[in-house]
Design a protein around this ligand. Sequence first.
Ligand code: ZN
Length: 210
Amino acid sequence: MRKIEKDSLMLIESGKPTFHEILEANRAYAESFGDKAKLVGAPRRRLAILTCMDARMDPAKLIGLSEGDAHVIRNAGGSASDDAIRSLVVSCKLMGTTDWLVIHHSGCGMQPYTDDDIRHLLGLDGVVHDKGGKWHDVQKSAHTPADIHWLTFKDLTKSIVEDVDRLRNHPLVPASIAIYGFIYHIHHGRLEPVEEANRIGAPRTKPPAP
Ligand code: ZN
């Protein structure tokens, strides 16, 4: 446990942009905005991507997408959480996406932990910690939620198969949606299809006519 906690603190790095630098960078972006005002909310490629929030991944770049091409839903681990499903259902029902990509990645920060580890690090398991530190500064009260599912995982491939399976069998997910599972390798940038996930995620009916 101590080692895990120490490793997590090592993630802190310098290089944070100032407020001014953020606005400057956005000004430069807006100057080359081009004709993106003409884009519509429905993704042009009819794609939605569910993936991890890891800063080493740019989901659009890694499969050659631009603004307007796809929905991207991100969370810690890229899990098919209830809220991710909420977004994906909106994505297909309101915005017409037909193909979903579930991308988890090597070196994910959610893999070394269990849900119990995180509850412990946050002091939600009743264990008294020393004061201070990034994990121990939670203001605990009777209202502090102790039952959050942190959606950690041990096996990368299995986590993708399980998430695709959850999506495929969710009552609000149309059978016509094609769901694909991939591992993204952070050390060489390639996507590896997960065969079992793709078998489970194959559409079961044809999509309705547009
Ligand atoms: Zn991750």
